[in-house]
Design a binder for this molecule. Sequence first.
Ligand SMILES: *Cc1c(COP(=O)(O)O)cnc(C)c1O
Length: 366
Amino acid sequence: MINFLDLKKVNQAYGSELKEACSRVIDSGWYIGGQELTKFEQEFAAFCGAKYCVGVANGLDALNLTLRAWREMGKLQDGDEVIVPANTYIASILAITENRLVPVLVEPDEHSFNLSARLAELAITSKTRVILAVHLYGQLADMPLLCALAKKHDLLVLEDSAQAHGASIDGRRAGTWGDASGFSFYPGKNLGALGDAGAITTNDQELASVVRALGNYGSYKKYENQYKGVNSRLDEIQAAMLRVKLQYLNHEISVRRSLANQYIAHLNNPLIKVPHPTLQEQHVWHLFVVRSEKRDELKSHLHSHGIETLIHYPVPPHKQNAYKELGSQHHPITDSLHATVLSLPLSPVTSADEVGQVIECLNSFS
Ligand SMILES: *Cc1c(COP(=O)(O)O)cnc(C)c1O
């Protein structure tokens, strides 16, 4: 059996360090808003190259609270439009509608799977205020073009970096391109906690402090409430787990890259379309996604050979019951991606030998 992702094995690699860090927090007697969080925020900001990092409870809240903070700062109001790729994970859209903003779904570029800057420009109206760029599957969206577009039209840029910790263009990493960036540390993400966790990064000190207050009952100072906030905090145990794993993230990214290169070099079945990123550094291979018109048969073929695969994602947001109001929209590129994509096994604990077996199985598919 070749697993899609063996999380137990991923974390066992650091088992003794994780247990030590956990004991350190237990013995400290301090479980929320302490040294582990402060240090993790500094270390993660430094990893990205951003000035500030604010830990929150999960990736959805990172996006949600950033938009909410911009509302509180007077930069956004009800009905403002947010440009977002139509093929994203639903969390990006939920953060928009939760803030009573309007998601404007834009088709991706079909080779990069990421927001097309050309189509994004065509979608700009007098109500557009934000471009929410999602770095899907671990590859940065075309941030040089999208940021130039935002500048030209005076728009805010929010990165959804939940899948792209460490991805970069010209040495500039996810988390430093937009006015703010939301990260998820859900266990299966490239930097995963052992539970839920998330963060925002930004160079805007005011935004960082508003997000921190919003996640702490809208309070800057104990028992003084400035906003109708929420409880969304990254706890000490998870911060301690993340500090251990952050030390190994660059190494894990290099393992992912070498496995991705193995797939790219050896997959040669005309029925299977393989991703070809233009720049290596852009991609951290959260997912290795191929496409096939015979996707469902291909998935069964692999399954019958003991190879587990997943689909990211089977149903696009505009076809979900939760977004019936978007159901009449037509996004043919997005629909065709959802019908043809298949994510292959690739993780820091997948071996080159296993990838070799997957490649053999894929090349024999007809
Ligand atoms: C995982 C993910 C999120 C949400 O993160 P959670 O921590 O699960 O809330 C948001 N956007 C994208 C693209 C994701 O992959």
